[in-house]
Each structure stands twice: as structure tokens, then as C-alpha cells.
Design a protein around this ligand. Sequence first.
Ligand code: 4NP
Length: 152
Amino acid sequence: MTRILMVCLGNICRSPLAEGILRAKLQSNTSTIKVDSAGTAAYHIGKSPDLRSIAVANKYGIDISHLKARQFKVTDFDAFDVIYAMDTSNFKNIISLARTDKDRSKVKLILNTIVQDENLSVPDPYYGGDQGFEDVYQMLDKACTSILKELF
Ligand code: 4NP
């Protein structure tokens, strides 16, 4: 069982999309791979994904409307094997909570799965328009294809 956690700031825009996209690509392999998402901030705990994330996922046949936001917690370092941060700020916030080198080794920037070592960020689409959500979807779709290739 490989356990993967997607993390952004609010857990309502980027990381629920990443969770939904990766889960859709896994299809029948969900018994060997666990996927979840969380936010570093507490603002949106318990809330559904942003309507614009739900809409762009729907456009590509993925339903994320049932997901509920939760905050990243230190025990997530024990519960997951790989923690993908959406941007460099999320990355730093997660690393600041790490207790050990093992914890730190689990944290990766998700776009490094497409372009290694460039440390690019998935832009925060919250204050922008619909095109931002489409762009985020396309980046995460590419990243999840790379993650899938690494898994199998
Ligand atoms: P996310 O986007 O981190 O991709 O879920 C955001 C959602 C909410 C806020 C910022 C980013 N906010 O400031 O409330």
C-alpha cells in the first residue's frame, strides 16, 4: 500500500483537484494506493471544494463534490508515504512541522514530478478567474500522470 497526501493552503482549490485526478487515473488500483488531501491552513475545515474546482473536475468527468477540507496534522507524516505540496509556501509550512529526517524526506513539490529540481509552484487560483482553474487542472493532470508512472 502506497499512501499519498496532496497538500495546498486551504484544501478547497488545488489539493482536492489533485486528489480527484490521481484517484481517477488509478481506476481499479485504489486497493493498493491510498490518496487523500489536506490544507496547511484552518480557514476552510469541513467545507466542500471551491465551486470552480468542482466545475473544472466535472468538465473532465471527475466528481470531487463529496470531498471535505481538513487541516494537515503532524500525524500525517506517519499516515502517508509521500506528501506532495502544491507550492513552495506549502512545502515550507509542511517542512516546519517535520519531526525527523524521515518526515522531511516524504515531502515533495508536486511539479517536480514533471520538471525535476525546478521547484515550480502550482499557482493559487483562489482570487483569480476560471482560466486559472483550467490551468491548474492541466498542470495537475500532467503531474498525476508522472506520479502514476512512478507507481507502476
Ligand atoms: P487552495 O486555495 O490552497 O488551493 O485551496 C486557496 C483557498 C483559500 C484561500 C487561499 C487559497 N484563502 O485565502 O481563503
